[in-house]
Each structure stands twice: as C-alpha cells, then as structure tokens.
Design a binder for this molecule. Structure first.
Ligand SMILES: Nc1ncnc2c1ncn2[C@@H]1O[C@H](COP(=O)(O)OP(=O)(O)OP(=O)(O)O)[C@@H](O)[C@H]1O
Length: 331
C-alpha cells in the first residue's frame, strides 16, 4: 500500500538552450523521508525542484509525485513549496499573505480561519501576523514563506534554501520546525547550502555537480565511512611510526585532531616535546582502535589520550567536490 514513493524521478532532465540545467537525475524519496539535495552554486538544484513542483517542464525523463504525474493537479495538491527567491506583497499583512495562498489553494474559509493562526504560531510570527510584510525582517519573510508552503497541509514539502536569510538563532528555530514536520510524517526535500541542516535533519542525500548526481546515499552511512581516530602518544620516533604502518597495513600519520570538535582543546596542550605527538588513522571499527593502542604500548609508546572524530558533512562535501571544475555562474 505505502510502496508508492513520495518522489520518483527517472533520468529527469532540463536542458536550457544555453546548455545548462540538470541532466539524467534519477532518485527516489520514500514517504516520510527527509532528503537533502546538495551542490555548489549553479549545480542545478533549483531547476530540479522547479520541475518536481510543476513550475517548469522537463526536456527529458519522467517523474511522479506520490504516483501522480508532474504538474498534475493531484500532484500539486500534495505539495508545499518554499522557493529560493520569493517576494511577497509587502503592502499586505503576514496573515493576509497566507490567506491569499490559502484562497489560491481553494481551502474552505472555515478551515483557513482555524489553520492560519496555528501556522503563524508554528513558524514563530504569531504576534506579528497583523503587521505589514514591509515591516518584516528577511528572516520573518522567510518564515512567512514557510507558513505559505504549509497552508494546504502538504504531504511533501519542497524547501529551496529555507534558512539562507536567517541568523543562527533563526536557523535553529527553522530546523526545529522542520524536525517537528518530519516527526508528523511529512516528506521533506531540502535544497540547502547549510550542510549542518542536512546533517541534522536528513535521512538521505544526493550531491549534484554540474547538473548531474555525483554521489548519493544515507547521510549516516556517508559520514560514518570515515571515522578518524587520534592518539596522543609519548615516546614517538619516526622509526616507530614506519613500523606501525608496516605492521598494521593502515595509514597512520602525524595529525592533530580538528579543533572545536569532540574532545580536543588546543589550549590544553602542554609544552612542545618532539617525542609527544598526535597520531591519526582512519579506522572502520572500534576494535581496531583497541588493537592499535595495544601495539603502540607494546612498542614502548605511552598513550595519553584517544579522540574519535566522525567526519562532518562539510568535510565530506569539500572532499567530494575537490578537484572538480564547477561551471559556476561566471562563465
Ligand atoms: N531559465 C534559465 N535559462 C537558462 N539557464 C538557466 C535558467 N535557469 C537556470 N539556469 C542555469 O542552469 C544552471 C542551474 O541553475 P540552478 O538555479 O538550478 O542552480 P542551483 O544549484 O539551484 O544554484 P544555487 O545554489 O546558486 O541556487 C545554472 O548554470 C543557471 O545559470
């Protein structure tokens, strides 16, 4: 029964006359999933979303929304969309803007009267709903956009950079709202440059580069692939490091943990002593760390501290796009 995916795109393509757009994007998003769509500027993320919400037509490929063809009324009734570049009628009040969107969705007045105050409350502009939009900050306008996107009680929410205009507090608030929506079972498709949002909220993600999917998978698996272990050891010599590398088959190197991440505070480091160093290795299992510790001690090293640092999405992203040429927006 519930096997129909929320989004099913098969080789979806939009080729603009200038050769840009996006090509052959194939992906499936399950109901209730939060999916992150990442990519550098100009990668084609907004183009892809605009096709899914029925704003532009694909030049090739197919896709469906909860089993309905793109652009159909049935598909549109199931989706909410917060565009990247939005501009609301600034002479209206926030409440009037949401009401206008509700009317366009043909929502009965009795439902609107109940839903709109709730929505304004939910996005955090409850007390300012009666103010004109021209008096709203950018962050408030973005949250107003979220209320408009939710006005038809959608099953799938498409968000194109929902936090881009927000300060860190605003971002945190939007993230909490999105988390609540996810808990309610709403499918979320999130275009974002804010990798932390994707890391915290999304189950799966795809990385788009120059219009094509470069990598995709579960967020947790992609991040867990690389766990760096850092060992602070005494009695270090280059000879011992070569010995360890040779006997373990691992690539162990001198490297201090990243500052600001779990458990490492550079300010706590003592006087420099060339025999006390940080060694690092990428390990697949926790048991490997125990085994490696044992070998280090066996070889006469003293173990002072062990820190495990899982790769952040930002590291993963930079690694994935490293060395690629991006068409960017200037060429
Ligand atoms: N209507 C259009 N006609 C021609 N080219 C377009 C059109 N819309 C977008 N493009 C180009 O298609 C490419 C993809 O644009 P798109 O806006 O989808 O990228 P994006 O990944 O969303 O970028 P950003 O993160 O900067 O919003 C870009 O090179 C852009 O200049």
């Amino acid at each position: 029964m519930s096997s129909i995916p929320a989004i099913d795109a098969n080789a979806l393509t939009k080729a603009y006359p200038n050769g840009r757009g996006c090509q052959d994007v194939t992906l499936t998003v399950g109901k209730g999933e939060a999916f992150g769509f990442l990519g550098p500027n100009g990668a084609g993320k907004s183009t892809f979303v605009k096709m899914l919400v029925g704003l532009i037509s694909p030049t090739d490929g197919q896709a469906s929304i909860l089993g309905h063809p793109l652009g159909s009324i049935e598909a549109k009734m199931k989706i909410g969309y917060l565009p990247e570049l939005y501009r609301y009628q600034d002479w209206l009040t926030g409440e009037e803007v949401v009401r206008l969107h509700a009317k366009l969705c043909r929502i009965p007045k009795s439902v609107m009267d109940q839903r709109i105050p709730q929505l304004l409350q939910e996005v955090g502009i409850g007390l300012r709903g009666g103010d004109r939009v021209k008096h709203y900050s950018k962050g408030m306008q973005q949250r107003l956009g979220l209320a408009c996107a939710l006005v038809n009680d959608p099953e799938i929410l498409f968000l194109d950079e929902p936090s881009s205009a927000l300060d860190p507090i605003g971002r945190m608030e939007v993230r909490k709202i999105l988390q609540r929506l996810k808990e309610r079972g709403i499918t979320i498709f999130l275009n974002s440059h804010l990798l932390e949002d994707v890391e915290v909220l999304c189950d799966r993600m795809a990385l788009l580069s120059n219009g094509a999917v470069l990598r995709h998978g579960k967020v947790a698996e992609m991040l867990n692939k690389r766990t760096n272990w850092h060992f602070k050891v005494g009695g270090y010599t280059p000879f011992l490091l070569s010995w360890l590398n040779e006997h373990t088959g691992l690539t162990i190197r001198q490297s201090v943990p990243a500052a600001g991440k779990s458990g490492y505070d550079p300010a706590q480091e003592g006087e420099s002593d060339s025999s006390i160093v940080w060694l690092a290795a990428e390990l697949d299992h926790e048991e490997q760390a125990g085994w490696l510790n044992g070998l280090m001690v066996q070889q006469g090293m003293t173990l002072y501290q062990v820190i495990r640092q899982t790769e952040r999405l930002e590291d993963w992203f930079m690694d994935a796009v490293a060395g690629l040429s991006h068409r960017g927006e200037k060429e």
